[in-house]
Design a protein around this ligand. Structure first.
Ligand code: ADP
Ligand code: MG
Length: 234
């Protein structure tokens, strides 16, 4: 037991160090990217321009890795409260809708629910659904559909993100939640790791079912929060 406590301490020192370093990496990265972008506009030679664009893409990749890593390594900043999940999901859907239009994918929402109250951190829950919607869009081809659905039944609040995209093989499914597992050239492989971590922090559950060539369904389950009356007698 003692060694496990030591391990936990070491781990927390390591992750907070890492989060600090990640933070320090971001600023110089942003500056460097800004100047490279400036040079890109001045360069005339097409080969030079291509190399510079590749350089900027690589910096963007570091930026994404650092951002995703930070949300993994920097827990303990949760602000828990009563969250109206319907309102939160409407914001996320609105935020992502330009991406849907751009990739010619239809986004269908069913969010008209009055009692989808949960106890949690609104930003983290929005992050979860954003991660899932992004994965869904990235799995789709033009004319596919992504559906975001919310419903409440028997004290459980359920969010479904379904897509008619490429789907996954059982081998892929087995590795989904592994940190850094990605099949995308620009992926970080941290989206679902973060998602799972946040859901665990909320005492919730995430389930995924998928068929190659047919699509994927991700189901989130959270306990419905009971709204207590203010100043109610104890
Ligand atoms: P990333 O999106 O950066 O690759 P994630 O952790 O979000 O990392 O996802 C890990 C992998 O799981 C993806 O690279 C992809 O192969 C697979 N995946 C996740 N969601 C879907 C989906 N809706 N449809 C098909 N594959 C998916
Ligand atoms: Mg992802």
């Amino acid at each position: 037991l003692e060694s496990r406590i030591l391990d936990a301490e070491k781990w927390s020192v390591l992750t907070s160090l890492a989060a600090g370093i990640a933070h320090e990496i971001r600023n110089p990265l942003t500056t460097a990217r800004g100047f490279l972008q400036l040079f890109l506009e001045r360069l005339c030679d097409e080969t030079d321009r291509r190399f510079l664009r590749l350089t900027i893409d690589e910096l963007d990749r570091i930026q994404r890795l650092v951002t995703d890593f930070m949300s993994l390594a920097k827990p303990g900043q949760s602000v828990f409260g009563l969250v109206d999940l319907a309102a939160a999901l409407k914001e996320v859907a609105e935020f992502i809708s330009p991406q849907a239009a751009l990739s010619n994918v239809t986004l269908e929402t069913e969010l008209e629910v009055n009692d989808a109250w949960v106890w949690g951190d609104a930003n983290q829950l929005k992050q979860v659904v954003l991660n899932l919607l992004q994965n869904a869009f990235q799995a789709c081809k033009p004319k596919d559909t992504v559906r975001l659905r919310l419903h409440v039944q028997a004290g459980l609040v359920t969010v479904e993100v379904a897509d008619t995209g490429c789907g996954m093989t059982p081998e892929q499914m087995a590795r989904l939640f592994q940190p850094y597992y990605t099949t995308k050239t620009t992926g970080t492989g941290l989206g679902l790791t973060v998602t799972k971590q946040i859901m665990e922090r909320h005492g919730g559950d995430v389930r995924i079912s998928s068929r190659p060539g047919e699509g994927t369904l991700v189901t989130l389950e959270l306990h419905q929060a009971v709204q207590s009356l203010p100043n109610a007698p104890i």
